[in-house]
Write a protein that binds this ligand. Structure first.
Ligand code: ADP
Ligand code: MG
Length: 418
């Protein structure tokens, strides 16, 4: 290149040519960026269906299969079962963009605990068919369920646990865009309040109830994210916090801000501020909010000592397969870190169901900071696996469901009723 440049620089006309080239490439770059922006804008504003629908056949096959199913979905007055570990799945609706591209919804939720993925396949002779994978969980929520419905069967029983002196965790797991933040924080318009808000408002209700009022409990919150191996305080301008472990394996996040709170509105404002901080300065779909775990914790304390703790976690997107091939070293490393933490998390949850099992909490920052929630006598956990309905997400969806399936591979011993 040095040679070329020196040649180009050799005469005035050539220098001019180089300038022109630079100018042209700049214009092209701008055009390309503009076009990209326009496409995204268009796809959200107008629903233009493509002329040739590449999914017509798949759509027909799924519809035919669905027509034979009987649907009996979960209802708001169904029984809330008592589990040490609850694993469930939530399917979000197809969005405008997916609909505009005729993408097929390949997920059916026929019963309150069953979800079916209609995976498109091609035989060696090129005939197309669908393979139907059925999964069983404690609960399966279809795209008609709102956050209040999901909350009732997932985090609400955990609020009861912390009042009884326990430690509880609730995780939103799934690929980026599957609805984790929608479920935890609620929709942006505030019409469908999320699990954070629903949980905290129940906490205040119980604090003031006849059953618990005499205990004089106080409520406080913390909110932080784990990004690229760092713990960043979302209630304190993203200050970088250290994790320390003492001789008794007690883990402490040093300097983590814990705010005393007295009402729901106050907490929602705190979360809002934290969320803004979390996503500030981000531009792309690969932004760090999809690559970080957000941990919101509610403590109830009696004279300063912990009575119970609820951790609500919006996990990093699990679609990390592609990162292994990324040319960007940081992306590869982060991808590896996220994979490691999600695998460790699965093992820690499984260990909860098998008393005395090895707890690999030191493997990742996430499991380290949650250690106390996995070891207590009265510890409970809930995993909500989120899935996108579109055929274009089928690979990630199957990965998510298989992961969730393994979390719950516990036989029937997790029922604490008896
Ligand atoms: P994630 O946090 O998993 O990356 P989001 O929660 O940001 O995904 O959801 C992606 C998009 O889908 C958002 O625009 C969100 O509003 C929408 N969405 C997710 N879940 C639902 C739902 N249950 N109902 C309606 N829209 C949803
Ligand atoms: Mg999110």
């Amino acid at each position: 290149p040095a040679e070329i440049i020196s040649k180009l620089n050799s005469s005035k006309s050539q220098r001019k040519e180089l300038q022109n080239l630079q100018e042209i490439s700049k214009i092209e770059r701008n055009k390309c960026e503009k076009r990209q922006k326009q496409t995204t804008k268009d796809s959200y504003t107008s629903i233009k269906k493509p002329q040739n629908n590449p999914y017509k056949h798949l759509d027909a096959m799924v519809s035919e299969y669905r027509a034979k199913l009987t649907f009996n979905p979960i209802a708001i007055d169904d029984i809330v079962e008592d589990h040490l570990i609850t694993v469930c799945v939530r399917k979000r609706p197809l969005n405008k963009l997916e609909k505009s591209k005729n993408e097929v919804d390949i997920i059916s939720v026929p019963r309150k605990n069953t979800l079916i993925v209609h995976e498109p396949k091609t035989k060696v002779d090129l005939t197309k068919y669908i393979e139907n994978h059925s999964f069983k969980f404690d609960y399966a929520f279809d795209d008609k369920c709102d956050n209040a419905m999901v909350y009732k069967y997932t985090a609400q029983p955990l609020v009861k646990t912390i009042f009884e002196g326990g430690f509880a965790t609730c995780f939103a797991y799934g690929q980026t865009g599957s609805g984790k933040t929608y479920t935890m924080s609620g929709d942006v318009m505030g019409k469908d309040v999320g699990i954070y808000g629903l949980a905290i408002s129940d906490v205040f209700k119980l604090i003031n109830s006849a059953k618990y009022r005499h205990l004089n409990l106080s409520v406080s919150c913390s909110f932080f994210e784990i990004y690229s191996g760092k713990v960043l305080d979302l209630l304190n301008s993203k200050s970088n916090l250290k994790i320390l472990e003492d001789g008794k394996q007690q883990v402490q996040v040093v300097g983590l801000k814990e705010k005393c709170v007295t009402n729901t509105a106050e907490v929602l404002a705190l979360i809002n501020k934290g969320e803004i901080l979390r996503t500030s300065g981000q531009t792309s779909a690969n932004a760090n909010s999809s690559r970080s775990h957000a941990v919101f914790q509610i403590y109830i304390r009696k004279n300063g000592s912990t009575h119970g703790k609820l951790s609500l976690i919006d996990l990093a997107g699990n679609e990390r397969g592609a990162d292994t091939f990324s040319s960007d070293r940081l992306t590869r490393l982060e991808g590896g870190e996220i994979n490691k933490s999600l695998l460790a998390l699965k093992e820690c949850i499984r260990a909860l169901g098998r008393k005395g099992a090895h707890l690999p909490f030191r493997v990742s920052k996430l499991t380290q900071v949650l250690r106390d929630s996995f070891v207590g006598n009265n510890s409970r956990t809930c995993m909500i696996a989120m899935v996108s309905p579109s055929v274009c997400s089928s690979e990630n969806t199957l990965n998510t469901l298989r992961y969730a399936d393994r979390v719950k591979e516990l036989g029937t011993n997790d029922n604490t009723n008896d």
